[in-house]
Design a protein around this ligand. Structure first.
Ligand SMILES: Cc1cc2nc3c(=O)[nH]c(=O)nc-3n(C[C@H](O)[C@H](O)[C@H](O)COP(=O)(O)OP(=O)(O)OC[C@H]3O[C@@H](n4cnc5c(N)ncnc54)[C@H](O)[C@@H]3O)c2cc1C
Length: 381
């Protein structure tokens, strides 16, 4: 069991971070939802206390801790209403590309800032014409002497509006299909790089999601991560942790929805007794609790495999598929138990319901997960 690997250090870390969230995030979450952004000072405060990229090597200013610490941060952020804080995307999705495939110059330049919060990172893969099918991206990067010149557009980029560093997927060999994709680091001050408008989303309002534009954007050749043309392979490698990070979100959001639904249904009375004590609702809550328990068991086992560095592609895809759908079912039922009050902003379930909708879409849709699983079963068209 995952709980078996937690030590006293993990417990202390969780307690410390929980107190940080209670002091710095929960009281401000409503205001950030309203303003559509999380202030930059939060990143610096988190960096100061070692809550950003805790896994980064001590050589670059990190703490050299395991993925369990990222999991703790992700869980506690959600429990404290900080679901939209873009830290897990920075710490566990974007920065790992730099650490794994960046050259020494790039790592020395930016990894310390990823730890302190002075460098906020993002991944720019999706485009207006290509999300699920990343091999179809149209952004190009053409080699010109010691530089690459990037042209194209990205959309739906989390942290996109305020990021300092973006891992951009671009075609360096457009004739070679997915084998012609490279990953390139683009800095916010690079000439020809522009952010578009902050996108107006259905939920997760505090998270800045933006379009990015590249017009003859020139970057030095050392910004290419790893080998040119290997970008698709690197994405497939790193996508497993990204999906796992989203699975954690699904599970904790489902747990929070269940908690809200149960608390409300216990206190609100209809036809002379609590909502929860009408058998239809007691059974509804029993089903929700069962789904949530199943989710936790499955998630923990996949996290354990990931920690052991086992191949988790098939099981992460299954977890992302099932948990992404499960959290939406649980959120729907939890809101239903609230009746009209669930539709009102003053009730937490209203925001939870809105926010969970993206979970079966980003980091690979449910349909794409089915594609991966069925192909793994030998079912190819
Ligand atoms: C809030 C949010 C944050 C995001 N953050 C980022 C980010 O930081 N960086 C980034 O690069 N991207 C990000 N994305 C983009 C996200 O990864 C894409 O939206 C997602 O991969 C789906 O791509 P798409 O929107 O182009 O949908 P499409 O690929 O156009 O899919 C449309 C529909 O077709 C289905 N479909 C696709 N292929 C198949 C198939 N073979 N068979 C059957 N059905 C299929 C899909 O499941 C979907 O239902 C974010 C998206 C959202 C909503």
């Amino acid at each position: 069991m995952l709980s078996d690997i937690y030590t006293e250090e993990h417990r202390i870390f969780r307690e410390t971070f929980r107190r940080f969230v209670a002091a710095e995030i929960t009281p401000n979450a409503d205001a950030w939802e309203e303003s559509g952004t999380v202030p930059r000072e939060l990143w610096l405060k988190m960096g100061e206390q070692g809550f950003l990229c805790p896994w980064i090597d001590e050589k670059y200013g990190g703490l050299g801790l395991g993925f369990e610490y990222s999991l703790i941060i992700n869980e506690e952020l959600i429990r404290g209403n900080g679901f939209g804080v873009g830290v897990p995307l920075h710490s566990d999705v974007a920065a790992p590309y730099l650490a794994s495939y960046g050259c020494e110059e790039a790592k020395e330049c930016w990894l310390p800032g990823c730890v302190t919060g002075e460098v906020v990172s993002a991944v720019g893969f999706s485009e207006p014409g290509a999300g699920s099918d990343l091999a179809a991206i149209r952004t190009t990067a053409v080699k010109d002497g010691d530089s690459y010149v990037i042209n194209g557009q990205k959309t739906f980029i989390t942290n996109g509006y305020y990021a300092d560093l973006v891992v951009v997927a671009a075609k360096t060999d457009p004739q070679a299909g997915y084998k012609g994709i490279s990953l390139i680091l683009v800095h916010k001050d690079d000439p020809g790089f522009e952010r578009g408008k902050k996108l107006n989303k259905m939920g997760i309002h505090m998270q800045d999601t933006a379009e990015l534009y590249f017009t003859d954007c020139r970057v030095p050749a050392w910004r290419v991560l790893g080998e040119p043309g290997q970008g698709f392979k690197y994405m497939m490698e790193k996508l497993q942790q990204e999906r796992l990070e989203v699975c954690i979100k699904c599970q904790v959001m489902a747990e929070e929805c269940l908690k809200e639904g149960l608390a409300y249904a216990r206190t609100r009375e209809v036809f002379g007794k609590p909502v929860a004590l009408h058998q239809a609702n007691a059974f509804r809550l029993a089903e929700m609790a069962t789904e949530v328990e199943l989710g936790r068991t499955f998630l923990d086992s996949v996290v354990l495999s990931h920690l052991k560095k086992e191949d988790v592609v098939r099981r992460v895809s299954m977890a992302k598929l099932w948990l992404g759908e499960m959290v939406n079912r649980v959120a729907y039922q939890a809101l239903q138990l609230h009746g009209g009050y669930g539709y009102m902003e003053e009730y937490r379930i209203c925001r939870l319901y809105r926010d969970v909708r993206a979970l079966s879409i980003f980091a690979g849709t449910s349909e794409v997960m089915k594609l991966i699983i069925s192909r793994d079963m030998g079912l190819r068209e």
